[in-house]
Unconditional design. Structure first.
Length: 408
């Protein structure tokens, strides 16, 4: 299938740029200003002062959520003043608490592994932030960020992505914006963006899509941007803050067992563990052991060998499709089960509960229509709660939340 790139902002366009203070967002703003765009800078105010001040040896400034936000905002304000860019701070604390922090804690306490970055992109950066901009009466032609991804549009109807057996739902005749992986695959963030609705993507652009991280740093240094000397931001919340984040409820200790049910030790609460984890288990063994399963109903952490982590497939739900078009058919694609994993070939098909396995059929609860993903080669550490994203020719064609793994 053929695709065309969505037009980038041009001279005279009004462009809102989401600023974090980092090299990517500030470079994006300067690039657009040099093109003759009317650039407006905005920053999200997320932090609600609920984390303790850490000793200097443990403190991490450049994280998505934490006390360093005050300094980040001041750096953005200074940057905009120096470059004659109007600047606004949008308060999204309430939405962030509900959609990201509460979600994050609830998922871990349910024995699942959340992905707060994906949640934040959907509901905060491309949700609450845009709503805040509109509430201020700011009109704009495009909303740009420093993400590494590209937006394209198919020259054919979206249903043609999925083969001749795809549903004849009228939504399949549309040609919605599609997220394509970035040129610099080492920094590609298409995985994080898959849940953004197509109607929102119509006015979104990613100016760094054709640049490498090295080129962005070179641009920033050539323009003497302070952000070029900053370290890259950490994901979400640094480890030293995690205990404080979960301090609102006491942890419930329980047994650590092996796959045969033998008790190996005690855990300090299932929210402190994730599938594939090896460190911090507090269990002595003659061979390396990993978290193979988390049983939230029985409050158990189940350990196994590395070979026990491999899965032939998964069941996912809460699926997002381009243009809200569900193909309702089986199709082949490449999939990623985490940001750092390589895309692998898979068969994706509508899932129907297997009544031959009564326990599974009775206990399965889904958000929306579930799909089954079968890997061409077994994959390691499939974690419920994480996202599986589908790609065809480097284009994101859907994705959902992993409900459960399918073991050998």
């Amino acid at each position: 299938m053929n695709y065309c790139d969505l037009d980038m902002p041009k001279a005279g366009d009004r462009v809102v740029v989401g600023l974090s203070g980092g090299v990517d967002s500030t470079s994006t703003a300067i690039m657009l200003k040099e093109k003759g765009c009317h650039v407006i800078g905005v920053t999200m105010a997320l932090y609600n002062n609920d984390l303790p001040v850490l000793p200097a040896s443990l403190a991490v400034h450049d994280s998505c959520y934490g006390p360093g936000e005050v300094e980040d905002i001041e750096e953005c304000r200074t940057f905009c003043k120096e470059n004659d860019i109007p600047y606004y701070v949008i308060d999204v604390k309430e939405a962030y608490q509900k959609q990201v922090l509460d979600y994050f804690k609830n998922e871990y306490r349910s024995g699942r592994t959340p992905n707060p970055c994906i949640r934040c992109n959907r509901f905060i950066k491309f949700g609450a932030l845009l709503a805040g901009i509109e509430n201020l009466g700011i009109e704009y032609d495009y909303f740009c960020t420093g993400h590494y991804a590209k937006l394209v549009r198919s020259e054919e109807a979206v249903k043609n992505l999925f083969g001749p057996q795809a549903s004849d739902d009228p939504k399949g005749e549309s040609k919605p914006p599609l997220i394509h992986v970035a040129m610099d695959l080492t920094k590609d963030q298409a995985y994080f963006l898959y849940r953004i609705p197509s109607k929102v993507l119509e006015k979104v652009r990613f100016p760094l899509s054709t640049m490498s991280k090295k080129e962005v740093f070179e641009f920033a240094r050539a323009h003497k941007l302070k952000a070029a000397e900053r370290e890259e931001s950490q994901d979400f919340i640094p480890e030293p803050y995690m205990d404080a984040l979960f301090a609102d409820k006491p942890s419930v200790p329980g047994d650590i067992i092996d796959l045969d049910g033998k008790v190996l030790g005690r855990h300090r609460g299932i929210e402190h563990y994730t599938i594939g984890q090896r460190r911090g288990l507090g269990v002595s063994s003659s061979e390396a052991l990993y978290v193979a399963e988390i049983d939230s109903k029985k409050n158990l952490i189940v350990l196994g060998k590395d070979s026990d982590l491999f899965c032939t497939g998964l069941i996912c739900d809460d699926i997002v499709w381009p243009g809200d078009y569900d193909p309702q058919t089986a199709f082949d694609a490449k999939v990623k089960i985490r940001l750092a994993s390589k895309p692998v070939d898979a068969r994706i098909e509508p899932y129907v509960s297997d009544t031959a396995h009564v326990d599974n059929a009775v206990n399965e609860i889904f958000q929306g229509k579930p799909y089954k993903v079968t890997f061409a080669q077994p994959q390691r550490a499939v974690a419920p709660g994480q996202s599986v994203v589908f790609y065809i020719d480097g284009v994101t064609v859907g994705g959902g939340i992993i409900n459960r793994a399918i073991k050998n």
